[in-house]
Design a protein around this ligand. Structure first.
Ligand SMILES: Nc1ncnc2c1ncn2[C@@H]1O[C@H](COP(=O)(O)OP(=O)(O)O)[C@@H](O)[C@H]1O
Ligand SMILES: [Mg+2]
Length: 338
């Protein structure tokens, strides 16, 4: 098959001067593009590297593509940036892997996603959204559960999430939220801090999606307030261990699995996703967020790490995503031949 690969490389982008040091955290590395290209090529496909942005616009129409393998994060400080490439592919009527623009746009908006999953009966930490400093100071924080946790409302890869993102008082909430509003130029999500296990779940499939694995992220140094922050993600070898399957009671695992599959369905995810939870000491999974475009770095991506611990190589994971998308489109190599 003729497969396009859409991606946004960190190297191709210029950080805004004076912006936060994790401004480009979401974007991909050449290593990821190389590994996906190799997996697809070795399976007999021809891969066209489309990149992202204007380069993508030029290249996507240069040859007939049967499908695009999409990992592009999209550009700009927009909450629907992940929908940009799939939106164009829909306009051109080119099949692609992963969720559609609507799901991608909703899922990058954490508070909107929380509303949808909460409405479906899935537990999520109590939250408050603030969109401006005026709104922030007008809110009475005295009843908000402490400690609280603060993060930018529409980001990923722990952008804006630090060890110190926990507020112990109403005063701290206000000062930390004001800083985040300014630094990340977007609304801030303030949540009740959920102590407990850090869990991430891989899912693949469509009509009957399946949990690929449930992984526990275990800090090497015990702490009551572990945060899978940008510092940890950058330094994961030193700071955490990944446990697959998560050594939790069977009943807790089945609660996590149910919450995951329910959320996958209600959010309209397709082909794959990675979903994050915190599990409180009483075994309740609290939905944090979903990544319908999970990182696929062969070494550091959470989903590839989970897969490798399950005996699934990076190449096998890539082909599983491809096969799932092809089955959804009812495309096969045979009927794509000229
Ligand atoms: N309400 C919360 N309580 C405790 N920790 C949280 C909470 N929200 C986020 N975190 C921590 O911050 C990390 C990143 O938050 P998450 O919502 O998954 O954003 P991202 O899209 O950046 O991965 C989580 O994996 C978790 O460790
Ligand atoms: Mg996360």
């Amino acid at each position: 098959m003729q497969i396009g690969l859409s991606y946004d490389l960190k190297q191709a982008l210029n950080p805004v001067s004076g912006g936060p040091d994790d401004a480009l955290e979401e974007y991909d590395s050449p290593e990821t593009v190389e590994a996906i290209t190799n997996a697809l090529t070795q399976a007999g496909h021809t891969v066209y590297r489309l990149g992202g942005g204007k380069e993508f616009l030029r290249r996507v129409q240069e040859q007939k593509l049967d499908l695009v393998f999409n990992i592009a994060e999209g550009l700009g400080n927009y909450r629907s940036r992940e929908a940009q490439i799939p939106g164009i592919l829909e306009m051109l009527d080119i099949p692609y892997t992963g969720s559609d623009p609507q799901t991608l746009a909703v899922c990058l908006d954490k508070p909107l996603t929380k509303k949808l999953v909460a409405d479906a009966g899935i537990k999520t930490a109590r939250w408050q959204l603030v969109t401006s400093c005026e709104e922030l100071s007008a809110i009475d924080w005295s009843g908000f559960p402490l400690p609280a946790f603060l993060k930018p409302a529409c980001e990923g890869s722990s952008k804006g999430v630090r060890f110190a993102s926990r507020a112990g008082s109403a005063k701290e909430i206000v000062s930390m939220a004001a800083e985040l509003l300014t630094a990340y130029e977007q609304p801030v999500l303030i949540e009740e801090f959920i102590s407990g296990e850090e869990i991430t779940v891989g899912v693949t499939g469509n009509i009957q999606p399946k949990v690929l694995g449930i992984m526990r992220v275990v800090p090497k140094t015990k702490t009551d307030y572990f945060v899978y922050s940008v510092e940890v993600k950058r330094n994961w070898r030193q700071m955490v261990e990944y446990e697959v399957p998560a050594a939790l009671p069977a009943e807790t695992l089945s609660r996590i699995e149910k919450a995951t599959l329910d959320a996958y369905k209600v959010l309209g995810c397709r082909d794959l996703c990675r979903m994050d939870f915190r599990v409180s000491p009483d075994g309740t999974p609290y939905f944090l967020e979903v990544n319908p475009l999970p990182g696929l770095n062969p070494v550091s991506g959470d989903l590839p790490i989970m897969a490798s611990k399950l005996g699934i190589s990076h190449a096998e994971l890539v082909l599983k995503i491809l096969d799932t998308a092809l089955a959804r489109h009812s495309l096969t190599a045979a009927n794509c031949l000229p």
